[in-house]
Design a protein around this ligand. Sequence first.
Ligand code: SF4
Length: 361
Amino acid sequence: MAGSGNAHLRSDPNTLLRIENMVVEFPAGRKGKVHAVSDVSFDVVEGETLGIVGESGCGKSTTAKAIIQMPKPTAGNVWFNGKDLASLEGEEMRRMRPEIQMIFQDPISSLNPRRKVREIVSEGISVWGSGRSADGAFTQDRIDEVMTSVGLKPEMVSDRRPHEFSGGQCQRIAVARALVLDPKVIICDEPVSALDVSVQAQILNLLEDMKERYGLTLVFISHDLSVVKNVSDRVMVMYLGKVCEVGDGDHLFDHPAHPYTRALLSAVPGGGGRFEDSAESLEGELPSPINPPDGCRFHTRCPRAEDKCRSVEPQLAAVDDGDHFVACHFPHEVGVQFDLRNGGDTAEAAAEVAGPEEADA
Ligand code: SF4
C-alpha cells in the first residue's frame, strides 16, 4: 500500500509517543474489511498537546484506541518511551498500561453505575498498581489528592454513585480515575462533546490545569475545530483513515492548505464561510471505509480534484518553511489568513457563559 509520507515526523529528543505507519483494519463479512486507519504516522513531544480532528468516521478514535492496543493495530509501530507497544505482550504490556490513560466521550456511561466514586477512582490502582507505593495510606492520600485536584471534595463525593452527578462532574471523576495512576500521556477522546456548552469550558480548563500540574502530554481528539484550536499545540487533520494535514496549531488554522481542512473551517459556526469553495465540498457523503476511493481519498468530495487525484495517492509534504505538512497534489496557497478566533462557539466564548453548576461537588 502506498504510504502517506512521514516527512512530518520530527527528530526531537523529547518525543514521547511516535506512531509509525499504523494500519487498523476490521473484518466486514463477505464484503472484505473496514480500512479504519491506513498508514498513519505522527509523533507527540513530551508536554505537548496534539489535537486530532476530523468528521465522524475519519479514524481518529480508532487511532486513539490502537495506541493503547485496544485493539492492537493490524500493522505499524507505537513507540512509547523507547518500546514498541505493538510488540509487547503479557506482563510487559501490563506494566506499560498505567502510563497511557484514556478519557472517553460519554462520562456517565464510562463510569460503572454500581460503584461508589472512591471505588471508581481507585479502580486502576487495584488493577494495575499505583506505581508509586505499596503503602495503603499513601494510596488513599493519592486518591484524595487527585479528587481534590479535579474539583471534587472527597468527603462529599466518595460514597456517592455516578447517577447522582451531572455530566461535567462525571467527567471530573473520569479525569481523577485517569490521573490516579500517575500517567505520562492522557488520550482525551471527544471529552466535552457530550457536555453542555456551559460546562465544556470548565472541563477544558481542568484538563489544561491538570496538564500543567502533573506534567502531562495530551492527545486531544474532537470533531470540533474550535475546541481543538483552543487546546492544541500541534494539530493533525484526518479524513477516511488518512492524515491530510498536520502542523503547528495556530499556523495551520490561520493558513489551511488542504481543501478538506478549509472545508471543516468553513463549516465552523460563525466562521464566516471564508472558504466558500471548500464549504460546498463537504455536502457529499463520506465514502465507505470498506471500499475507500483510489488515489486521494477526498477526491469524491473535493472541488479541486483533477485526474491525478483519482489515481495517485498524495504524500505528506512541507508547504512552507515551518511545521506545516499537507497531503494534496494541489494545495491552496498558505498566504491567506483565516481568523477562527473571531468565529462563533470558541472555548473562550463558552468560558464567558460557564455557570457555577459544578462548584458544589
Ligand atoms: Fe483535492 Fe486532489 Fe488535493 Fe485530494 S489531492 S485534496 S482530490 S486537490
